[in-house]
Design a protein around this ligand. Sequence first.
Ligand SMILES: [Zn+2]
Length: 391
Amino acid sequence: MSTSNPILSGQWNYPTKMIFGAGTLSRLPELCRELGMTKPLLITDAGLRTSDIVENALKIGKDNDMEIGLFTEVKGNPTGKNVDDGVVAYKNGGYDGIIAFGGGSGLDAAKAIALMVGQDRPLWDFEDVGDNWLRVKEDNLAPLLAIPTTSGTGSEVGRASVITNEEAHEKKIIFHPRMLPEIVLADPELTCGLPPHLTAATGLDAFIHCFEAFCAPGYHPMADGIGLEGMRLVAEFLPRAYKDGMDMEARANMLIASSMGATAFQKGLGGVHALAHPLGALYDKHHGLLNAILLPYVMVKNRAAISGKMEYLARILNLPKTDFDAVLSWVLDIRKELKIPNELSDIGLTDDDAIKIGQMAVNDPSAGGNPTILSADEYSSVFLNALNGKM
Ligand SMILES: [Zn+2]
C-alpha cells in the first residue's frame, strides 16, 4: 500500500498540539505569542548556529516584531554544563519562553533548560529514577515550543531529555511530564538540508524507537499500533528521503514517523538503546548510527521472545515471507542500502570497555523494556558480537 497523500499537512492535539506541514515555520511568532512569549530564546546545537534554517527562524521573528535570542552552546551529546549555561543565558537575557530547535541534541538541551530555569536543585536530582520527577517545582517551567529539524529522535513529543553527565561519563535521562513541549511546529522543509548519512542514521533511530516499543513487554495496544505504522512509513519513505533529500513527500512522512516513534516508546525501549546509551556516553558517537549498527545483533539475541511479533511485523512491511528471518534480512538490506557500517569496529570502537559497557547497559532505564531480561555478561557479549560482526 502506498500512502501518497497530496495534502501532507494538518493540525492535531495528540500527543500534544502539533502544527504539521511544509512552510509552517512562518507561523512561529503567532504560536510563541499563543504561549505567552514576547521574547523567546531559541536553543539549538552548535552545528546549526550559522545555518539557513536558524537564520530564517530569527528573520521570521524580526519581520513580525518578535525579538528572538539565540543560544547554541550545545554539544552533539548535550552535557550538564550545556544545560547550566543555557539557564544562565535565559535568565541574564530576560527571556520569557524557549524555542527548542534542532535534532535530538538541540531539543533535549532546550527541554532540560526549560525545566531548569525554575528549579533550585541540581539537574541530576531529576534523573528518571523512582519518583524523582515529583521534586520538580511545576509552576516554574519556561513555556516551550519545539521545532524538529531531523527525523529521528522524536524528542519534540517526548517528556524526557538525555543529558550526558561528563563527570560520570554517563547519559542520564531527565524526566518530567511537563517537559513535553506545549506546541510542536513540524515543518518538513527544515529537514531537507539533512545530508544522506544523517538522514539514514536518524531515520533508522525512528524505526528502532517503533521497533523496540512494539517488542517491549506489557499491554499497550495504542503504542503498538503507532509503532507498527511508524515502521511501515520508515520502510516506505526512508530510502526515498536518503536518495533525494528534496523529496517533500518522503521528508514529511519521515518527520511524522519520527514523532510516532517517540510517542510509541512511552511503552518502553529495549536492548538496542540500553547499549547505545553507554556507547554514546563513552565514545561520543552518533546515537542513531550506534542503534542502526546494533539492531540486528540485539534482534538475534531476542529471537525466541519476539518471533511471534516478527511474523506480524513482516506482514505489515509486506515482506515475501512472514517470519523472524524475513524481518532480519530486511533490516540487513536496508542498512546496506543506507550505507550503515555492519560492525562497531568500523566506526573505531574497541573491546577495551566491554565489561563496563555490559554493566552500564544493564543499569540503563531502557533495559527494562527488552523482551527478555539480559544480564551484564549477556549485554557484553551482544556488544562484542556487534563489534566484530558476529551475527
Ligand atoms: Zn533513539
